[in-house]
Design a protein around this ligand. Structure first.
Ligand code: ZN
Length: 664
């Protein structure tokens, strides 16, 4: 995971509101479904109805292109996933006795497979097992005339095989031990690394070799299978291209048109130079209202951090809220100059960090159903340096999270007193939005690497350290008077709500996502724990501490300014590690603070959380868009509807947007 990570996942400590969302009939319902540790929400596309037809049509075709990538991410996650999903859906639709206990368990398992785009947990990477029996399943397959080989059934039921989607254990063969399908059968980590080394592009404007391909072994040789039309995933990419072509007709600006054209070319040819051209055109397109991500983008799921997972996010700018991020990005140089980092690691000139607040209109591929709340792209460092980056905060998704969490009892259980709770109620959402803005725009956009250092230097700890850096910049500036001066913060106390929430989450409440006895693995969770534990262990004057009250443990913050100084101190060191590419220090930092969990505190947190009956992970259903035409077949409107349920949505996607063969 050598990459600049830039996706910020929701700090979803918050969770469900179970009863209160079944509001009056005319009110929007956020909560859709809940099973295992997952909850499905619905998001509202505020401002959609006011958009002109051209923008609605553009959103529509980009959304169609988003949905056609769904099969790709299933197959990237594990080569058996498409076969398993299709067999389950066939049994689900055709099995006669829907009341059968075993069938009910199959439905639950299938809902989980849909959520994870496969048979591994979307966050922990662990394979989850069916609760129905293998005997019943085999009989149900026969009864519904569903073909599924013993080999695949074994993958579903045997806990010992393909147990991790992505293996991150030091000392193991990360490629061979991962179920992810970025490498073919029999390819080892050493072979893959050697191949990347040999094919690496060291030019000033390098191609991202390996971004869009699977490495496989043929006759003992490593060869590349490129994701493209007439290559790997052709049938899906053809449909993506077809809809991008239609979207072109509605492009708003020449830059947007060029970006879409380059993305089409990239999908058709697999040519990485076209991808670079796409990134540059895309980052230059600042005037379009509608925007999108569509393609092989983030590399978190490849154990070697090279190959992109297919994702899509279709959106449009929230003009009012964007004034907030424009204020921040217009002060980007001030933020760069005034942070605690060593001047030699600062950018002399912060270029083109454009930041906006967006409204998500469609989620696809790896962004669906679980989704980021902030994104900063493109990922290639040289493009970021030359042309800047676009940073977004997705407000309507954050809004859905916080609406759905209202009144769920979480803050009452875990926050130390009424004072912090009422501060959090007033300013929690604002702090979280501003932190996301700062994380994406100031955080990922800041700092520079010393000559000869690349993002690859920190290897498997690169993502965690990069996220730590971005979070720390966000935290450090959240408390700065500058935000009050800019009119973004109402007063000099509001930031405390954000400080408390971040520390509480990193030290305690995010552990609700971890099973007893397991380590923290995901990069964003590691970064949050790294920051919180480092601060706790360096709080020599008890700036922060864990206190016990009536047998329960709470975070107490005794000195907010002191806490800010500690954030600043850690930021200085994390920037040094990044700029120097100091792998040994990164490894020590991560291993010492980010990974291990106190088992006693962990058990207590889990018990307290269990009583609230909440789900720690959230995902979404998408709205449905329908083109309305006049009698001559000319589009007059694109209607939006929020009525589709979770199961219906996935069955429809599998029916209408599933062009890939079982085996790719
Ligand atoms: Zn980030």
């Amino acid at each position: 995971m050598k990459k600049i990570g830039k996706v910020l996942f929701a700090v979803v400590v918050a969770a469900v509101m179970v009863a209160c969302c079944k509001k009056e009939n005319d009110k929007f319902t956020y909560n859709v479904d809940k099973f295992y540790d997952l909850e499905i929400l619905r998001y509202q596309v505020q401002g959609y109805d006011e958009l002109p037809l051209q923008q609605k049509m553009l959103l529509y075709y980009l959304s169609e292109a988003a949905l056609y990538g769904r099969d790709i991410v299933y197959d990237q996650n594990c080569r058996y996933n498409l076969r398993i999903r299709r067999a389950l859906e066939n049994v689900y639709l055709n099995y006669a006795d829907k009341q059968d206990e075993q069938f009910v368990l199959l439905e639950k398992y299938l809902k989980r497979v849909w959520f994870s785009n496969g048979i591994h947990h979307h966050y922990s990477e662990d394979k989850f097992l069916p609760e129905f029996t293998r005997d019943w399943f085999e009989a149900a397959l026969a009864a519904t005339h569903t073909d599924l080989s013993q080999e695949v059934i074994e993958v579903m039921f045997n806990p010992a095989i393909y147990s991790k989607r992505m293996c991150q254990t030091d000392g193991k063969d990360l490629v061979a031990e991962s179920a992810g399908n970025y490498y073919g059968e029999g390819v080892t980590q050493a072979e893959a690394e050697q191949w990347y080394q040999e094919h690496k592009d060291d030019s000033a404007e390098p191609l991202w070799i390996g971004l869009n391909s699977q490495l496989v072994k043929e006759d003992g040789q490593i060869v590349e299978r490129v994701y493209k039309v007439d290559g790997l995933y052709s049938a899906a990419l053809e449909k993506v291209v077809e809809n991008l072509q239609k979207a072109l007709e509605y492009a708003e600006t020449p830059e947007q048109r060029l970006a879409i054209e380059k993305m089409i070319e990239f999908n058709k040819t697999g040519d990485l130079a076209a991808f670079n051209a796409y990134c540059i055109a895309w980052v230059k397109d600042l005037n379009s209202r509608v925007d999108y991500v569509n393609g092989f983008t983030e590399t978190y799921s490849d154990p070697l951090g090279i190959t992109g997972t297919w994702e899509s996010l279709v959106n449009f700018k929230d003009l009012e809220a964007t004034k907030r991020t424009e204020l921040i990005s217009s002060s980007a140089q001030w933020f760069e100059d005034n942070s605690t980092t060593d001047p030699k690691y600062k950018k002399e000139e912060v270029k083109g960090v454009s930041a906006k607040v967006i409204t998500a209109a469609m989620l696809g591929g790896d962004c669906y159903p679980a989704t980021p709340i902030g994104i900063n792209l493109p990922n290639a460092n040289w493009i970021r340096k030359e042309y800047g980056s676009k940073s977004v905060t997705i407000d309507n998704l954050s809004h859905a999270y916080s609406e759905a969490a209202k009144g769920n009892g979480f803050n009452e259980e875990f926050m130390i007193d009424d004072q912090i709770r009422s501060l959090y109620e007033k300013y929690g959402v604002l702090c979280s939005d501003l932190h996301t803005d700062l994380h994406e725009c100031v955080g990922h956009g800041s700092g520079k690497l010393m000559p000869g250092v690349t993002k690859d230097n920190l290897k498997e700890h690169g993502s965690t350290i990069e996220e730590t850096r971005a979070d720390l910049l966000g935290l450090y500036y959240l408390a700065d008077k500058k935000l009050v001066e800019l009119g973004l913060m109402p007063n000099e106390d509001a930031y405390k709500a954000g400080y408390y929430q971040q520390m509480m989450n990193g030290l305690m409440t995010q552990l609700v996502r971890i099973e007893p006895g397991k380590d923290v693995e995901e990069a964003h969770m590691r970064n949050r724990q790294l920051i919180a534990q480092w601060v706790l262990q360096h709080a020599e004057n008890k700036e922060v501490e864990i206190v016990e009250r009536d047998g329960k443990h709470y975070l107490a913050i005794n000195d907010y300014e002191g806490l800010r100084r500690l954030y600043g101190e850690l930021l200085r060191e994390i920037q040094r590690i990044t700029s120097e590419g100091d792998y040994a220090a990164a490894k020590e930092m991560v291993e010492k603070y980010a990974v291990k969990v106190d088992p006693v505190l962990h058990r207590e947190i889990l018990e307290r959380y269990a009583k609230l009956n909440l789900a720690p992970y959230k995902g979404f259903v998408n709205p449905v868009y329908t083109v309305v035409c006049d009698k001559d077949g000319n589009p007059t409107d694109v209607k939006i509807s929020y009525s589709e349920g979770y199961i219906d949505q996935h069955l429809r996607y599998s029916r209408c947007y599933s062009p890939l063969p079982d085996i790719n």
